[in-house]
Design a protein around this ligand. Sequence first.
Ligand code: GAR
Length: 199
Amino acid sequence: MNTVRTAVLVSGGGTNLQALIDAKQAGQLPHVEFVSVIASRPDAYALERAKKAGIPTHVAQRKGRSQEDFEAEILAYLEQDQVQMIILAGFMSILSEAFVKRYPRRILNVHPALLPAFGGKGYYGLHVHEAALARGVMVTGATVHYVNEIADGGKIILQKAVNVEPGDTPEILQRRVMEQAEWIILPQAAEIAAQELLK
Ligand code: GAR
């Protein structure tokens, strides 16, 4: 079949996973096939979204174990499900160089800022928006990029800018960046990356 077997890695609410599911159901991801969702926490609401959409789920818990054990469990699921492409959608752990090198140009990440601004270690989730507001930027946005061994450092696939408005809190800005950027460019980038792999 002319599709790329794709796993989505999540840690939390899973609104970006939902955007992928909705895009798939709307026919916008003809070359992407979601074969599993892997969560790093058993209580991630993203798991419910996956189940509702009929996508098989796995939990590889990050807490209380070594990076090596954690990644070995993820790798076992990826191999079992014959995964060809991985999308990090609100996945809050940094993957090791050894892991990333197994999937060159096959791992995508969505980051809630215009990289290289507000990226790298420590910049995740709400912290990214706190940093953007603290710096006083007037424009922020989201980036989807390939994952390499440098945190938030891989080749950029798509970016979209979003205005910061007077009175924004980190939560308000996070929501606007999701609605106006992340949920739009993540599915688009997934289809672009899948088509690239099928060339
Ligand atoms: C999203 O804003 C995503 O860009 C960000 O976490 C949020 C997850 O929300 N990811 C990172 O900060 C990764 N460095 P979601 O679980 O509702 O998709």
